[in-house]
Design a protein around this ligand. Structure first.
Ligand code: CTP
Length: 405
């Protein structure tokens, strides 16, 4: 069945990015009705929306009145996405005004509604806007945190529209989850680490590993789509920033540790999906290490890095926080993959351990994953082979159950 998407566009400069979002939807086979505000048309004209969606567009309730569009567009929608959502649009939506076609549509829609705000930092941080955002969230709407970066003009700060591809991923995730797409992590602060750390030998060489960051990014996206406030500590990942997620970039295990420990102080949950290098060279050469004329190779002495998961699990900076680790195991003479997983869960002291069987290296860079989620209370949840997004949701289900309990 074709999914009916309503794309609301309000009057901010980021309206031009909504054209890209519209294309993502139409190219994926969705039926899109664009409902711009009159101000949005100051930035991008009606012919553009009409050509890209293949439908006429209107901003007011007086066009094609016989078809009762001010009611039907909202009633028939499977999802309404407002991108960009300006401070004015958020205010009108929060107060239930119905002075144009988009605000009428927001009142008649009973499907998931997603707002992707974009505005200057001052407008976003203003108590009026924050109160309106809180009201919309309380009513079940998904309001994506704006991205941090270059704004209109020379200034930078919080207020950018997240990348259209990432808004698309978030909406597609909500549609895939259907009735399960609740905001059950709303108000929760979570920290996810992702990627693989690098330990430098000299300015150009490092010891690294094969972690792609895909699982950590899927976890961050999934948590954001369930309403969590997400900090993603990202080590050397080249993927785009997930919509609504605060991304902290690090390179080394020490930097990862500092960022995770700092964020953990106020976190309700921490998921260590990163692959921190366990060892680092004891010395980092300031100059590039040269080949020796006699053909000899330099000896590299290694020191052990801090075990971040064990540290935050034993320190328990915040009582009641749920701490989740990952274990990539192959099984060996001392035990099966699950035996080693159980032993690691006890050793690290975390609440949940997601155990992957990595015999053959199949998981690295793959969009699929398969795992068993072991709990400190002895429970085990088997997750069959599926997308990393599906595994991410099972992990958050387990975390959410522990919040509730
Ligand atoms: N981890 C960590 N700090 C490290 C290494 C690992 O926080 N220095 C975390 C990973 O993010 C993961 C979990 O610990 O959540 C499991 O990592 P793994 O490397 O499998 O565990 P090790 O203790 O290194 O065990 P092994 O001896 O099997 O390598």
């Amino acid at each position: 069945m074709t999914v009916k998407v309503v794309l609301g566009v309000s009057g901010g400069i980021a309206a031009y990015k909504a054209c890209e979002l519209l294309r993502r939807f139409t190219e994926s086979g969705h039926d899109v009705t664009v409902v711009p505000t009159a101000s949005a048309l100051q930035f991008v004209g009606a012919p553009t929306w009409s050509a890209l969606s293949g439908k006429p567009v209107a901003t007011d309730v007086w066009t094609d009145v016989h078809a009762v569009p001010h009611v039907h567009i909202g009633q028939q929608a499977d999802v309404v996405v407002v991108a960009p959502a300006t401070a004015d649009l958020l205010a009108r939506a929060a107060h239930g005004l119905a002075d144009d076609l988009l605000t009428n549509t927001l009142l008649t829609a009973r499907c998931p509604v997603v707002f992707a705000p974009a505005m200057h930092t001052e407008m976003w941080e203003h108590p009026a806007t924050q109160a309106n955002v809180a009201t919309l969230r309380e009513r079940g709407a998904v309001v994506i945190e704006p991205a941090v970066g270059r704004l209109t003009g020379a200034d930078t700060g919080k207020g950018r529209l997240p990348e259209p591809g990432e808004i698309y991923e978030l909406v597609r995730g909500l549609l895939d989850r259907g009735a399960d797409a609740t905001q059950d992590l709303s108000g929760r602060k979570v920290v996810v680490s992702a990627g693989g750390t690098r330990e430098y030998l000299d300015p150009v060489r490092f010891l690294g590993n094969r972690s792609s960051g895909l699982q950590g990014y899927a976890l961050a996206r999934a948590a954001a789509s369930r309403g969590a406030h997400v900090t993603l500590v990202s080590a050397n990942v080249t993927l785009p920033d997930p919509a609504g997620v605060h991304v902290v970039r690090v390179e080394t295990t020490d930097q990862l540790r500092d960022a995770v420990v700092a964020a953990t102080a106020t976190a309700d949950a921490v998921v260590m999906a990163a692959a921190p290098a366990d060892f680092r060279p004891t010395a980092v050469s300031e100059a590039k290490i040269k080949k020796a004329d006699d053909g000899s190779a330099p000896a590299i002495e290694l020191a052990q890095n801090p075990d971040i998961l064990a540290e935050i699990s034993h320190d328990r900076a915040r009582e009641g926080a749920v701490i989740v680790g990952f274990a990539a195991e192959t099984g060996d003479a001392t035990g099966s993959v699950l035996d080693l997983g159980r032993a690691k869960l006890a050793r690290k002291g975390c609440d949940l351990l997601v155990v992957n069987d990595v015999s053959g290296g199949a998981v690295f860079g793959s969009t699929d994953n398969e795992a068993v989620v072991l709990a400190a209370d002895g429970a085990a949840v088997e997750v069959p082979r599926g997308s990393k997004t599906a595994l991410a949701h099972v992990i958050w289900d387990e975390v959410a159950r522990r919040f509730a309990g």
